[in-house]
Design a binder for this molecule. Structure first.
Ligand code: PEP
Length: 262
C-alpha cells in the first residue's frame, strides 16, 4: 500500500509519531475532556494499552444545545497537562476560526470535526496555523468533497493533513453511522494523504469498534482514533461508544498481526 510519494505527517517533531508511510498510529482518549481525575484515569489506560497519541475534546460540537458543550479553554489546559505528564502528543477539535491560534498553541494537532468539514473559513485558519490537521469526513460528504476540503488546508500552505473516515449517514439505524471503509481504500488510491479511521463515532457501538478497527487496518488505514472511557456510564459525552481500558488493550494486541500482515 505504501508509495514513496505518500505524505508522512510528523505530528510532534522528529521524535513524535509519524502518520502515513509504513507505521500504524493509534490515537485514543475520551470523547470529551471532563475533569482532571477522568483525564488521568483514561490517559493511564490508553498509555498502558500502547496508544501513540491522545485525543480529547475541549470544544464539543454537540447536536443538541442541551448536551455538555465541553470545558473550552479549561479543557485545553487539562489536555496539555496530560501531554506533559505522558510525553504523548495530543489532538483536539477546534470549532471556530477565532480559536485556532489558541488551540494550536496548546495542542500538537488540530481536529476539524465532521460537522465543520466544509466550514471554509475554519479550514483557511487551520491551514495557516502551522499545526498538523486531522480532517474528519463530513457525515454527508462525498469522497471528492472531503478531498477538496483537504485542498483548502493545503492551499493555505499546510501539507500536514491527515484524513479521517468517521462514518456517513445512511438509512441504517442499527449503527449510529455507516462506517465507509471503501472510502479509506479509495482515498488512499486518490491521494498521497494518510487516512485514519474513527470506528467509535463511525459505529457508535463499542462491540463494533474491534472488528471495524481490524478491518480498517486490513484495508490500508494509517491509524485509528478510538474513544476510551474508564467509566462509560458516567461519561458526559458519547459514553455509549467508548471502549474501557481492558477492551482497548485487547484491541491493541489483536491489531498487531493485522498491521504486520498488510
Ligand atoms: C469527535 O471525534 O470528538 C467528534 C465529535 O467526531 P465527529 O466530528 O466525527 O462527530
Amino acid at each position: 500500500h505504501f508509495l514513496p510519494q505518500d505524505t508522512r505527517v510528523a505530528v510532534a517533531g522528529a521524535d513524535g509519531p509519524v502518520i502515513g508511510g509504513r507505521g500504524f498510529v493509534v490515537i485514543a482518549g475520551p470523547c470529551a475532556v471532563e475533569n482532571q481525575q477522568q483525564m488521568t484515569t483514561v490517559v493511564d489506560a490508553v498509555v498502558a494499552g500502547g496508544a501513540a497519541m491522545l485525543r480529547g475534546g475541549a470544544f464539543k460540537p454537540r447536536t443538541s444545545p442541551y448536551s455538555f458543550q465541553g470545558l473550552g479553554v479549561a479543557g485545553l489546559a487539562l489536555l496539555a497537562e496530560q501531554r506533559s505528564r505522558t510525553g504523548l502528543p495530543v489532538v483536539t477539535e477546534v470549532v471556530t476560526p477565532e480559536d485556532v491560534e489558541r488551540v494550536a498553541e496548546e495542542s500538537d494537532m488540530l481536529q476539524i470535526g465532521a460537522r465543520n468539514m466544509q466550514n471554509f473559513t475554519l479550514l483557511r485558519e487551520a491551514g495557516k496555523s502551522g499545526r498538523a490537521v486531522l480532517l474528519k469526513r463530513g457525515m454527508a460528504a462525498t469522497v471528492e468533497e472531503w478531498l477538496l476540503a483537504a485542498e483548502y488546508l493545503m492551499h493555505m500552505g499546510n501539507g500536514d493533513v491527515v484524513l479521517c473516515e468517521r462514518g456517513i449517514r445512511s438509512y441504517e439505524r442499527s449503527t449510529r453511522f455507516t462506517l465507509d471503509l471503501s472510502a479509506v481504500a479509495e482515498a488512499k488510491r486518490l491521494t498521497h494523504l494518510p487516512v485514519v479511521v474513527d470506528p467509535s463515532h463511525g459505529t457508535g457501538r463499542p462491540h463494533l469498534v474491534r472488528p471495524m478497527s481490524l478491518a480498517a487496518a486490513a484495508c490500508g488505514a494509517d491509524g485509528l482514533l478510538i474513544d476510551v472511557h474508564t467509566d462509560a456510564r458516567a461519561a458526559l459525552c458519547d459514553g455509549a461508544q467508548a471502549l474501557d481500558g481492558a477492551q482497548f488493550a485487547d484491541l491493541m494486541e489483536q491489531l498487531k498481526p493485522v498491521v504486520e500482515a498488510v
